[in-house]
Design a protein around this ligand. Sequence first.
Ligand SMILES: Cc1cc2nc3c(=O)[nH]c(=O)nc-3n(C[C@H](O)[C@H](O)[C@H](O)COP(=O)(O)O)c2cc1C
Length: 1001
Amino acid sequence: MEAGREGQPPPGKKRKGPEAAIAAKYRRGPEVATRRIEDKKLKGKLRYTERLVADAQQAAAKVEEWLLPAEAGELEAEGMERTWRFSQADIAQAVEAGAARKAFDLQLPALGPYSLAFTRSGRHMLLAGRKGHLALMDWQRHRLVCEVQVKETVHDACFLHNEQFFAAAQKRYTYIYDKRGLEVHCLEDTTEATRLEFLPHHFLLSSVGSTGVLRYQDTSTGRIVATHRTKQGPCDVMRQNPWNAVLCLGHGNGTVTMWTPNITTPVVRMLCHHGPVRSLAVDGSGRHMVTTGADGQVKVWDLRTFQPLHAYYSPSPAEWCDISQRGMLAVGYGRRIQVWKDALSGKQQSPYMTHRLAGGTLRNFRFVPYEDVLGIGHSGGMSTMLVPGAGEPNFDSFVANPYQTDKQRKEAEVHMLLDKLQPEMITLDPSSVTQVVREPREVQKEKQAAAEEANRARQAERRAKNEEKTKMKGKNKPSRRQGKKQANIIEERKPAIKARMREQGVAAEHGHKRERQEPAVPDGVPRALHRFFKKSAGMLHGARVALGRRVQRAGRSTWAASGADSAAAAAAPAPVAEQPPLEQQQAPKQQQQAPKPLVLEPLTSEQLERNAAIVERLRGQLILAPLTRGNHLPFRRLCADFGAEVLFSEMAFARPLLKGDRKERAMLRRADNEKTYGVQFATNQISEGVGAAEAAAEAGADFVDLNVGCPIYEATRRGLGAALLRKPAKLAKLVNGIALKSPLPLTVKIRLGENDDKINVEEVVGLLQAAGAAAVTVHGRTMLQRYKRPASWELIERVARMHSVPVVGNGDVLTHYEARRRMDSHGCHAVMVGRGALIKPWLFWEHKEGRELAPTAAERVAIYRRLVAYMKEHFRDDERGKRAAFYFLPWHFNFFCRYRPMPEEVYGAASLQQPLISTRWDSIACAELGETVAELDPLERLLRCESEAAFCPIAEALWEAGSDADAEAALRRLAADSLAGWEEELRASGRDSGRDEAVEG
Ligand SMILES: Cc1cc2nc3c(=O)[nH]c(=O)nc-3n(C[C@H](O)[C@H](O)[C@H](O)COP(=O)(O)O)c2cc1C
């Protein structure tokens, strides 16, 4: 076995051997023999040339010696040895002492799992613990530079242009810290990011996260350069291609998309896996990409042709991969890491090295630049693995210098800023930036002719102008100046002349401006007050004219928001006849500047009848809530099978819908067994709302619903969803405008308010009633609250009892007895259920029957298979259909796995005290029902397993099975093979309980 680097000279000693060998490489053939040449001139010339050649040879050898002093070493096995059998302890013994020091473990079990990042020079390391621990280390000196506890979840962290600053994607916002650990910026636009990448040549910090929005922010100017909606749902996989700075994202439906800031759609979209993409990596030359997927495959792609080169299978789906500077590929899953040599250029039979983590389950790893080391972040802290031959042994100090001094760093920073590339220069093929695109000769000629013509026209124009100027010549000549002086003399006399003319009444006859008529001042008013009197009279006159006009405009067809509850009614204009005399209305100034009254038009009697009819159909129903991603047609069909009578579509964005976006339009389709079907859309424009309602009517909907509850930033930043709650009057106008022209009755779904300090649900429901909403659904949480606290049914009840518009209550209903209780005792017209239906679609049956169904594991497999059958019908039973269906199917197991039987006699009282759905149980087995994990049927345990790694294989087994019995058998096999690993992984990762945040629409 041989490890370490070769060719490194002992310091201070001149290297004879290698230097001579290098010099020989640059020799230009044998020397010219000059001894016998008699021509002195020629002899001198030749000697001189020879000297030059020798100097050049020496210089070249020196340059090579300094720039490439070392060659990479590698592990070499002898005889029956296999390199992958060498343990880290063996390697650490064999390598030199300096390299051996780099093998170490940092044990930080409390705040993990940890992810890590390195600076481009490999000198500094950033550790980010999921539970809020951030630490910056000088990797070479093994010294802690700073450490900070941010006290909230940290998803990812990365360095900016050097070790002076780093960014951390925290629970809500992304923050920038300096090397002392002080927070220097909060990037409020970058919300809910889960992955960060910094593009060093462009100074762009890019982020993507649970909203599926890719953002580029320039860290030198703070400007948001681009925001792209990926439209692929939450995204947790992002790496940059270091060659062209194109970002590669891995998605849940198995595709990888590539993005630049300049184009709002991906420049490349590749289908890489059946099932979610777990991780990806691109090599330094930008030629190869490696992806790992939940389908258990590791694929190597050629990025010039976007074709797969070869694929490997891993025993468990690989969670992470990385490519070293010298092209070694590391792949990790669970506690295992494999390193493959030459795996990009050809398919290898066995790995180069393997390693088993002692400290915990893997989170991520990165090869350390310019080192033969792999840094590994895991649930127990951080470890390293020595990988001889992984790093580039020679560094270019102009690119990255691990031994940089402070002065060099400052200079490099200035240079980086001066050399900063613009975001527009990010293209798939960066060499195209330097190419000149020539136009065809005919086009060039045409352009030249047009330019010449324009020049001629401009010259002609200029000439004409000059001629005009010539005419004006003499403006300043002495006679004119004299004339002006005369005029000024007359001016002085003007006021006197005017006064005389006024006295004589001449002004009117000569067409002079008539002096304003002074209003008569009543007798007895002191002279000092005359000017106030004049002013107010003028103001009153103006006010009278303006008011008269407004009343004329509004008088014909308006009515103010009615009802004792409407604040707007007080501000509405009274009819003209009832107005007190204007002079008496000399109100204080503030009163005159009162906000415009809210004017809402009443619905026609036909529209009111239509509203009443739909309200009647909603009475007492358990309604399936609008659920982005969850409420596709096959799922609604399944719920309708279980007796759901009123069902909502997924939310559609009205604007793309009207522009003909196929995906949005497809969301409107109605299933045959849906009795009452509502389409929800998001908009803040009346015309768009009316258009969307017309499209819904065409698709066969019975009513439409306006989304005023969506809290995700992508919607609220555009003034959609819950953002509409900020301006209730504007919302009322919007609802009124849509309700008046919509062909279908309009309902509205709202939240309690923007945050705990801005709860305005009472006012909003009053205004919506006046605006003509047929019913209002109140989700008992605020926009910022998400699913962290239980929904407030006290407020829902108060609003339901306060207003006459039917109120549908929504929030935290999981069982039939909760639905009944909410309907009976909280004054709600109906109850809406979201996650409850996603967890158990048979909840509608339970509501109707008034008892629990409690299906066994085998019965649930049959129910899930029915969903699969509906998906096959809807999306088609082929590869393409499967791809479309798999965007949804594994995702459903996020919810299905949370099903536990909940008999009323055991859980009825507890559900009152602990209504928050996401915290109702914390174990696979229900202790209250006498269950223990060990005694549970493996199939039941598999269906309750919350590991995301399990969802895809379960979906796969259901899709492929020919019958329910086949599906059950396949799932039992899966449980026997993989369940223990998934459960172990879950235990080790200590996952947060705030799961619902990521999926809410
Ligand atoms: C996955 C998911 C998607 C959602 N999508 C929407 C949506 O598109 N429109 C909407 O108004 N509410 C949406 N919501 C909110 C639900 O409709 C509902 O108001 C919320 O989940 C509370 O009800 P629950 O406690 O019964 O789940 C969504 C919720 C979830 C969990």
